[in-house]
Design a protein around this ligand. Structure first.
Ligand SMILES: [Zn+2]
Length: 253
């Protein structure tokens, strides 16, 4: 497996994204911007939680190569909770949270997990397939109270924060490794040209990644943001967002 990646924060801010690559796995995490940061019950902040989850996942994927991905994530969430249960109020519904997208190659198979809105793209038999968790995108009311009320419930969406069982609600799958020659993991700041601005198809975005690379995809996204691109669905979003893209290829040679 070969990988190239880039990650760029929102201009002028620290990033809440994180990415990591092992010999046979890749992970992207995207911490959610706190809705009420002064009142989220956590003294640590979003990047601390994102990196804790990332670190525990890296440990599981490295030490237990056959571990089920949802079990690895549940354990990573549990360990993260343990690290701040004594200092923070984990019952606060705005406790820092993250998306998690994992791709892992085993001998003849590829396993994936997608929890939250960080897309996974697989180029399989020449076609680009988007593996998405669209539960957040499908909400009808984005007010603070409405979003918080359905977080980590079957009526809403799931995130990695204070409920290890959320991991078992991930979009999870295994496909034959033979058919997949390359894949991409993106935070939603790097998928905007498709799913917010509607400028590109997934196929076209994947071509940008393969032909120009992750840094160019992010530069193009920043250009569209600066040019005042508007969300095709009319919803208001941040002008810029942290953007992370990891491209992996499995072709030998
Ligand atoms: Zn905390």
């Amino acid at each position: 497996m070969r990988a190239t990646m880039d990650s760029q924060p929102t201009p002028g801010r620290a990033s809440d994204d994180y990415a990591m690559v092992g010999l046979n796995w890749a992970v992207v995490l995207d911490g959610a911007t706190a809705l009420k940061p002064a009142d989220n019950g956590c003294i640590h902040g979003v990047p601390w939680v994102v990196r804790r989850i990332a670190g525990h996942l890296a440990q599981a994927l490295t030490l237990a190569p056959q571990v089920r991905l949802d079990e690895a994530l549940a354990e990573a969430i549990e360990r993260t909770c343990s690290a701040h249960r004594n200092t923070c109020d984990l019952s606060n519904p705005d406790s820092p949270s993250s998306t998690v997208t994992i791709l892992r190659r085993r001998t003849d198979e590829l396993d994936y997990l997608v929890l939250g809105d960080s897309p996974l793209l697989l180029r399989r038999d020449g076609r680009v397939e988007a593996i998405l968790d669209e539960r957040m995108a499908n909400l009808t009311d984005y007010s603070y109270d409405a979003v918080i009320a359905v977080q980590n419930t079957p009526d809403g969406y799931y995130v990695a924060n204070t409920m290890p069982e959320a991991a078992f609600q991930s979009v999870l799958g295994t496909v034959s490794a033979d058919a997949v020659d390359s894949a991409a993991l993106l935070s939603d700041g790097a998928s905007r040209l498709v799913d917010v601005f509607g400028d590109l198809s997934w196929e076209q975005l994947f071509s940008v990644l393969v032909e120009e690379g992750p840094a160019d995809l992010i530069a193009r996204t920043r250009q569209a943001e600066r040019a005042g691109a508007e969300a095709s669905d009319g919803r208001t979003r941040k002008h810029h967002d942290d953007a992370t893209a990891v491209l992996v290829s499995f072709d030998e040679g």
